[in-house]
Design a protein around this ligand. Sequence first.
Ligand code: 3H9
Length: 699
Amino acid sequence: MSSIVSVSSRDGVAVITLDNPPVNALSYALRDPLNKALIAARDDDTVKAIVLTCAGRTFVSGADIREFGTPLTSKEPNLGDLIATLETINKPTVAAIHGTALGGGLELALGCYFRVADAKAMVGLPEVKLGLLPGAGGTQRAPRLAGPQKALAMIVSGNPIGAADALKHGLVDQVVEDGLVDAAVAFAAAKASEGAHLILVRDRDEKVAAARGDEAALDAAIKKATAKARGLVAPLRCAQSVKNAVMLPFEEGLKKEREYFIELVTGDQSKAQRHLFFAQREAAKVSGVDKTVKPRAINRVGVIGAGTMGGGIAMSFVNGGIPVTILEANEEALKRGLATIEKNYGISVSRGSLSDEAKAKRLALFTPTTDYGDLADCDLIIEAVFEEIGVKEDVFTKLDAIAKPGAILASNTSYLDVNTIAGFTKRPQDVLGTHFFSPANVMKLLEIVRGEKTAPDVLATILAIAKRISKVPVVVGVCHGFVGNRMLGSRSAESEALLLEGSSPESVDKAFTDFGWPMGPFQMFDLAGLDIGWRTRKSLGLKAVISDTLCEAGRYGQKTGKGYYLYEDGSRVPKTDPEVEKLIADKASGKGINRRTISDQEILERTLYPMVNEGALILEEGIAERPSDIDIVWTNGYGFPIGKGGPMFWADMEGLDKIVERLEYWHGKTGKDVFKPAALLVKLASEKKGFADLQAGTA
Ligand code: 3H9
C-alpha cells in the first residue's frame, strides 16, 4: 500500500482511497498501486465488495495530461489495463463520486458495476476540449449506459453534466446529499448481500440496440453535433466512435477508439489544445501576486453605463450571483439598458438555457440608479462609458469622491492609458483596467490591465472574481490597445492594403475561415461596427481609406445593414455588395495601384506574421508576461483557431526562421514598419529556438 492509494475495510467492503492532489489525475504513480490494490481486493475472499473513492477536493479528473507525449502514458498498467482489471472482479464495485469525475476519471467509474454520486458532483468526458476523444472506453461504455444521443452530446461538446442529470440518464445509480462514502459502502454491501446479478457496462446492450434500428436519426444527431467543428478533427472522431459503439461489437469499437486516440494525441491540434489548457492556468499566475496575497471581498459591483458593453459586463456579474448597481446618465438611458438586459435573458429562456425563475432571480440582482452616491457601497466599480479621456476624467473624479476606502475602481477602456486614468484619483493603487470583450456576457476573455501603481491585492481580487464569473483572465501592461487590440491593429492595416492591391473582402475572409477562424477580418469589422475603429483613427490622426469611406457613407456594418457587405433585413448573413467592389476598385485606381490576384498564402502571411511580430514586441516590452498569455488573449477574445494554439504557439509550429525570412521579404517590398522583424523574433530564429523556449527559460 502506498500513501497515494490506501485501503481500509468496512463491514467486509474494501474502501480504496486515491490521494493524488490536486485533482487525482491518473498518472502512472497512481495507476500502478491502484491496479495492485484492485487485484488484492479481488483475490481476497474476505472482501465482499469494493468502493473506489478519492481524497481531497475531487474524484479522478482524468488521465494525467502532462504525461501525454511521454513514455509514461502507455507504461503498464495503462488506463485501459486498469479498467480491464476492474472488469475481472466478480463482486460489486462502486465508484463514489464527488467533485468532478472527468475523462479517464469517469471512464474508470464506468469500469465499475455501479456509481454513487454526491448531489453536487459533475461528470463528463471533456477530452474533445484537449483535441482528443475519451481513449479508455468512454466512447463505448457511455452510450451503453446513457444512450447514444446523450453520450454523443456529452462527448462531442465535452461539457460535464450534474449528478441529477447523470442519474436520469443512468450514468449513476444513486445520488446522495451527504455522507457519500458511507452511502457507497452501504450500497455496495447491499448489492453483495442480495447477491445482485452483476452486469458489466460493456455488456449492456439495450440502449445501443434500440439506436441501431435508426441509423438515420443517429447520423442526423452526429451532423448537428459536429456542425461547428471548423476543421477540428477530434469532434468528428468522437462522433464516429459513438456511432461505432452502436454499430460494432464492443471489442471492435474499443479497438477503433484506441486508433483514433493515438492519431489525435500525436497530432498537432491536440498538442495545440493541450498547450492552451496549461496556458490558461499559467495566465492566472502573475508576478508579484503569489498565494500569500489575499483578495479583497467583493459583495457588490457597480457598473457605470448600461449600453451594450456596460449591460453585458453587469450581466456577467449577475450571472455569477453578484449583485450589481448599474448607473446611467439619465432615466431614459437606464430604462433602455435594462430593457435590453431583460430581452437578452428572455432569449435565453426561449432557447431553454434559462428558466423563468432563474431569469427573475437574476433581474432582481440589478439595482438601477442615476445617482453616483448609490455606488458608495460597491466593492468594485467598473466604468464602461465613452472612450474619451475627458469623459473618463469626469467619471473617475466622481468615483474618487464617493467610493468607499478600499473599493476597486476599474476602467473598461480598450485603448486609453490606465496610468493617466489612475492619476485622476487620489488612490491609483486601487485603479486598473478590466477590458471585457463584446458581447461581454458571452465572451470569455478579460484583459486585466495592470497600472504602474496597481496594488497586488487588487490584481488578486480581479483574478479571483474573474474565475467566479467564468471569465478567462490575462494580466497585461499599459500600452495603446494592450495585447489584443494592439496586435489586431497590425492585422487590420494590412487587411485593408490587400483590398487595394487586388483582394476582396470575400477572398480575405475565406482565407481566414479556411485557416479555422470563425470569421474573417471584414466580417468581424461589420459585426463590431466600423465606426468604432473610425473614431479611434480620427483621434490618432490615422487613416484607412476604404474603411473611412464606408463610414463616411454611413456604412457602419451589421447595425446599419451594410458595411463591407450587405445584410438583408435583420440577417447576419453577409452578401457581396457591388458598390463596395466598385469603391475598392476606384480607390485603387485613384492611387495608381494595378490590382492583381492575391493568393491565400500571401493573405495569411501579410496579416498573421505581423501579428506574431507585434506579439514579439509586446514580449520585449513586458506588456505580456509570457508568450502563452498572448495565445490565451487571441483564442478567447478574437477567435484564433484553438487547433492552432494561438498566434505564438502557431508561430513556433510555422518556424520562426521562416517567419523572419518572410517578414524581411515583405519589409523590403513595402517598407512598412509592421513587417520589420522584432529583435526578439530575430534572436530566437537565429538560435533556432521558439517562443516555447523563451517561456521555458531555455532561450
Ligand atoms: C483523459 O482523461 C484521456 C483519457 O480519456 C484517455 C487516456 C488514455 N492532468 O484547473 P485547475 C492541474 S484527458 C494533469 O486550476 P480547478 C492543473 O494544470 C483528461 N494536471 O483547478 C493545475 O495545475 P497547476 C480529461 C491536471 O479546481 C491544477 O491541476 N480531463 C489535470 O479550477 C488545478 O487545476 C480533463 O480534461 C489533469 N487531468 O478545476 C479535466 N487536471 O496548479 C481537466 C488539472 O500547476 N481538468 N490539472 O496550474 C479540469 O477541467 C480542471 O482542472 C478541474 C479542476 C475541473 C478538474
